[in-house]
Write a protein that binds this ligand. Sequence first.
Ligand SMILES: [Zn+2]
Length: 352
Amino acid sequence: MALYAELHRHLGGSVVPRVLWRYFQRSESDLVQRFADYEAFEEFYTRPRNTLDEYLELHTLVEKVQTTETLPYFIFRLMRGAYVFENLAYLELRYTPYLRTPEHLSQSERIELMQSIVEVVGKASQVGEYPIVTSQILCMHTRLPYEVNRAIVDLAAQMPQYVCGIDLAGGDNHYGVRMDEYIELYSYARSLGINTTGHLYETPDGCHPELLPYLMRIGHGIQIPLKHPELLAQVAKQGQCLEVCPTTYLKTGTLQNLHQLKVVFDRCFEAGVDIAICTDNAGLHNVRLPFEYETLLTHDIIGFRELQACQEAAFRHAFAWKHQQRPESILSNILRAGQPEQPERLELNVVR
Ligand SMILES: [Zn+2]
């Protein structure tokens, strides 16, 4: 059985349409009335958007229903699906904890509540029956003020038992005016020993070389091989891995067809840059991780050797994976113990 490590999955986009629809029905949400039937909802939920901004709006819909009370409901179904249908041995789940706190509270009250959100997510994702090694990435967000983003970094440092890194989300086309702030936050995170990834070089307007040195992994990064191949040698030297999420680029209008990714893979392999294949928003796309791999293969974008290389790269660059163990052996250990492994914090200097 092939086992997969998933490094880039948003909690907000991880709910498959059927589970979300059933939740709306069970909670007697008004949203049910807006759609004639499930098919109409699925069509709305999974259809391609014209821009990254439009696409990210959908996250807001799900964020609103993911509260302290409902998170265990969604996460249990997520872990079950990831284990049964995706063969995941490892999963990093990312989200912005602040956006799961009640909107009517003050900023300081919401910051205060973030810790309990991380605990709820952490406990809910450790499901004995579905033993996936799992940890969280906390996302700073372009919609949030500096103080909140800084509190997110502090929280990541305070809760290594649940959190393995930080990210920056909200659209890399919006970083420009606040770039100094993001650099300062990432630099602060690195000084605390926190692992870093960040949405960058996803869209043509998201190419910010000044942020690149602070990232251990690059969320998407496809514009580097596409538009700035001169940076590949530096990326390879710094051991940074690209988190490539094929279906996303079609849904956000960033690419018109999957074949455009062939250049991405070819140039990265040639330059020695690792790629982890990920789903980004598996639920929103209704596409699971093994299918992302299979699609690349059937479209002749990669071959079996490259597929295997990407599979191994994902484990190698996982922030909370015990790197001395192979996927098979760690899985059998977990099954023997009957309990999921506790994620461990990795030191920054493990990056090659
Ligand atoms: Zn993402």
